[in-house]
Design a protein around this ligand. Structure first.
Ligand SMILES: [Zn+2]
Length: 74
């Protein structure tokens, strides 16, 4: 899990709404940083529970991601 700044509502008044910081799983962080339609502006750091414990894109939780890695299925 990582904390990532994403493209939000650019018409919003607050910078927090324009570029909100959300929790993103490792797989989505990699997939959404590439290309023209990349949804992620920047990876700002590691997991921060203040942004929630579910991936913004695929809704996997931190526990589920850890379990998947332990199981070696992915
Ligand atoms: Zn994800």
């Amino acid at each position: 899990m990582k904390s990532c700044q994403i493209w939000g509502d650019l018409a919003a008044d607050r910078i927090d709404d324009q570029y909100p910081t959300v929790t993103v799983c490792d797989a989505c962080a990699e997939a959404n940083q590439q290309g023209e339609n990349a949804a992620i502006v920047a990876v700002v750091g590691g997991y921060d529970e203040g942004h929630g414990d579910e991936c913004h894109f695929c809704d996997i939780t931190r526990e589920e991601e850890a379990a998947a890695k332990d199981g070696g299925d992915l």
